[in-house]
Design a protein around this ligand. Structure first.
Ligand code: CP3
Length: 336
């Protein structure tokens, strides 16, 4: 088997499959652990359990890559913001304070996340050699959305708050860049071999600010990765046609597609990059026939070019693991 890292570095066309949120709430074996561990952040900082959760989907489905069980919000946590997860309401962060952010230093930050790195070390030892271990970060803008509470309940941008913080945003993004690069380097040193950069809320940035708040911050991180020989996959979700501009500007090794993109458009417009994902996770809530029809569209569109099978967003909690297995079997057995 060819590892994800190798596919990304050498732009190889071969079969490879993993899922965003493959370790999570749709798995009964995860829910069992979660029930006994009510504090999500503490669970992420329990290296033995995090490693066990990371390996659950590998044991069940023999997926080609593992993604470490953690969260993008571990970064603001380590930078001093309190985080709570209320049932099905999403995360709540304590009020952002600039003086708290700038008082941080790399050593204390890394120390606070040491159990995440330990989980990576433990997992790497247990994972087959040819399977990549993916680590991840939230892109600066997406972290800022949570840190400043810039998103309304209907998932639109809170324009008043955005304008209120506007002058501070660049400074916060730069501070975050420093700690995110440290977090990536620590995770790679612990044994991860690919990093995925989640810019889940890139689609909320007003057009005039997209270069400053999305392209440039992502490029800074990808350039850092390149300088250290670290392989990266970007996921600037919601950018629509600007995916092309993003790809040409940032030049990551891989790029994850979202469900809004037409697969053939992506194939034609996104060059010199390994494509990944795209399939709408909601499809997995439908019939087998619907699932296979849509999955076929993706496999056909990316025939003969480097493509990693994945979704256009994370697996939904209500997904039936049996459907996930069916999709994996379909992909593995597909040939044309
Ligand atoms: O992919 C994986 O299996 C690895 C683990 C992983 C989690 N979060 C675990 C998790 C990854 C890669 C993430 C990324 C993440 N976290 C993103 C980027 C991807 C995306 O979904 O857009 C974002 C925006 C977050 C922030 C976050 N964490 C939210 C909004 C929530 C609550 C709602 C939700 O989507 O689950 C979380 C909690 C979270 N992170 C859970 C898991 C398994 C659920 C925790 C629970 O059991 O309640």
């Amino acid at each position: 088997m060819i590892s994800l890292r190798n596919i990304l570095v050498n732009k190889i066309s071969c079969k490879s499959i993993w899922f965003m949120r493959q370790a999570g709430r749709y798995l009964p074996e995860f829910r069992k652990i979660r029930k006994k561990n009510k504090n999500f952040i503490k669970l992420c900082l329990n290296s033995e359990l995090s490693s066990e959760i990371t390996l659950q989907p590998i044991k069940r489905f023999n997926l080609d890559s593992a993604i470490i069980f953690s969260d993008i919000l571990m970064t603001p946590y380590a930078l001093g913001q309190d985080i709570t997860f209320k049932n099905n309401q999403g995360p709540k962060l304590s009020e952002f304070k600039m003086d708290v952010l700038i008082r941080n230093n790399k050593e204390d930050f890394s120390q606070k996340l040491s159990q995440v790195y330990k989980a990576i070390e433990i997992t790497r030892k247990k994972l087959e050699k040819d399977k990549s271990l993916i680590c991840f970060i939230g892109a600066p803008w997406t972290l800022l959305i949570y840190m400043l509470g810039l998103k309304k309940n209907n998932n639109s941008l809170d324009i008043d708050k955005y304008n209120k913080y506007k002058k501070q945003i660049n400074k916060i993004l730069k501070e975050l860049n420093f700690y995110l690069c440290a977090h990536i380097e620590n995770q790679i040193n612990a044994g991860a071999d690919v990093v995925q950069i989640f810019d889940s809320w890139a689609g909320l940035i007003p057009d005039k600010d997209i270069k400053d708040f999305c392209y440039i911050p992502n490029k800074r991180i990808v350039d850092f990765c390149k300088s250290k020989n670290i392989v990266s996959i970007c996921f600037p979700k919601g950018l629509k046609k600007n995916y092309e501009v993003f790809n040409n500007f940032v030049k990551p090794d891989g790029i994850n597609l979202d469900p809004d993109l037409d697969p053939l458009w992506a194939r034609n417009k996104l060059k010199d990059v390994v494509l990944q994902g795209g399939l709408n996770p909601k499809i997995l809530l439908k019939t087998n026939k619907d699932i296979l029809e849509t999955a076929t569209k993706y496999v056909k569109a990316f025939k003969d070019i480097p493509y990693v099978f994945n979704l256009g967003h994370g697996l939904l909690p209500e997904t039936d693991p049996v459907k996930v297995e069916m999709l994996i079997n379909f992909y593995r057995n597909y040939n044309e």
